[in-house]
Design a binder for this molecule. Structure first.
Ligand code: SF4
Length: 400
């Protein structure tokens, strides 16, 4: 019997009905009794001179839970088959290490290597991560006849549909995101499904302003193409393709910034072509996911509430976690750490500052006396890791 006889679909998106059988494994790998108790106590824990305040929304989002359930179900269903992931399933080292321990192999991360799927056969199973995969990778895997288990989050698929629609209707997709991020790579590929489909990725308001200035005043076409060399469709012609633009964003960007960027493009189209043509030449749809929005809103609220410092927990390559750090660091001293080992002692912490900065050590991070520590975690951070951080801070503080 071949692999495709066992499960007739080439692509599975809904699991194998084994949720009950994998629940205990998920709980033991990722849940935390301490965090459950803190939540039950109104998201607050008092321990001597320390008070911990947990954001109202933090940690695993629905997309991550869905992806992990599907990965565990696949492992349960096919214990004897080779299972691969095209990339990290989510951006959290603890989770990826656990999947690796279970025997799930990670394919070479670089999607620029044309031979990265060369050793995949029809008997293999390939998991697509929560942030999806580019159109050409999906096709290559389907052509190989292997079973593809697609854990792409529904909120990411919603953005893909939006970008596809722009391409179908002759709009260039302007994507607020990081061109090297797997999700944005997959999202931009949707524009190329249609003949003549185009995209341009802007990282921030500075890059958006550069493009908007070009829309309004024209400029040096070659310089624009050089600046966005890795961030636009191969045959983008700025003089033709920036006349009709539709905005979308990586689901985990700062929502306020995405809205401002959309407004910058609307205004540029209006200035260049007149207000009567805006409806024909500009499209916008807010594609920040609700989980990202809820976590950003919760950290914004927490930093207004008399806390002395914030600890933000999550992978350093997790986009939504770095944005939580950016928000908090505008208000209080903030330390983005990826797990409990970063808390070296009550007087020393290893962390990654907001922005592109590398990891650093900071001394005297925990003030003397009564301290209120705010805590949040990115959408890919297990409660277990958050619980370990609380535990370690408490133990170290009481050893002093
Ligand atoms: S952060 Fe949003 S888009 Fe990403 S997996 Fe979670 S719910 Fe889905």
């Amino acid at each position: 019997m071949s692999a495709t006889d066992i499960v007739p679909q080439a692509v599975v998106r809904r699991g194998f009905g084994l949720k009950d059988q994998i629940r205990d494994s998920i709980v033991s790998d990722y849940h935390s009794d301490l965090i459950r108790r803190i939540k039950e106590q109104g998201h607050t824990l008092g321990m001597g001179r320390l008070t911990f305040r947990l954001a109202q929304e933090f940690g695993f989002c629905y997309g991550v839970e869905f992806a992990l359930n599907l990965a565990y179900e696949t492992h349960k269903k096919f214990p004897d088959r080779r299972i691969f992931l095209t990339n990290e399933i989510i951006h959290n080292p603890r989770v990826n290490n656990r999947l690796h321990e279970m025997g799930i192999d990670f394919l070479e991360a670089s999607s620029e290597n044309p031979a990265r799927f060369a050793h995949i056969t029809a008997d293999d199973i390939v998991l697509i991560p929560a942030f999806g995969a580019p159109v050409d990778e999906f096709k290559e895997l389907k052509d190989k006849g292997c079973l593809v288990v697609d854990t792409t989050c529904g909120s990411v698929v919603a953005v893909w549909k939006r970008v596809e629609k722009y391409a179908r209707e002759g709009f260039t997709a302007i994507i607020h995101g990081k061109f090297a991020h797997e999700e944005t790579h997959a999202t931009s590929s949707q524009a190329l499904k249609y003949e003549g489909g185009k995209y341009l990725i802007v990282l921030n308001q500075e890059e958006a302003q550069y493009v908007c200035d070009y829309i309004v005043n024209g400029g040096d076409k070659e310089a624009l193409l050089r600046k966005f060399e890795k961030a636009c469709s191969p045959d983008l012609d700025p003089d033709q393709d920036l006349k009709r633009v539709g905005l979308a964003n990586q689901t985990t960007m700062l929502s306020g910034e995405s809205l401002e960027i959309a407004e910058m493009f609307r205004s540029a189209i209006e200035r260049r072509y007149g207000s009567e043509l805006v409806a024909d030449q500009f499209r916008h749809f807010d594609t920040i996911c609700t989980a990202t929005q809820d976590r950003q809103d919760a950290v914004n609220k927490l930093v207004q509430e008399n806390i002395d410092l914030m600890i933000v927990i999550g992978g350093y390559n997790s986009s939504n976690t770095t944005h939580l750090c950016e928000i908090a660091s505008q208000h209080v001293p903030t330390y983005h750490i990826d797990d409990a080992s970063c808390v070296v002692s009550p007087s020393r912490i290893r962390h990654k500052p907001a922005g592109e900065a590398p990891e650093v050590f900071t001394d005297r991070w925990l003030p003397d006396g009564e301290v209120t520590v705010g805590l949040t975690a990115g959408a890919s951070t297990p409660d277990r890791v958050v619980g370990e951080v609380v535990d370690r801070i408490v133990n170290l503080a009481f050893e002093q």
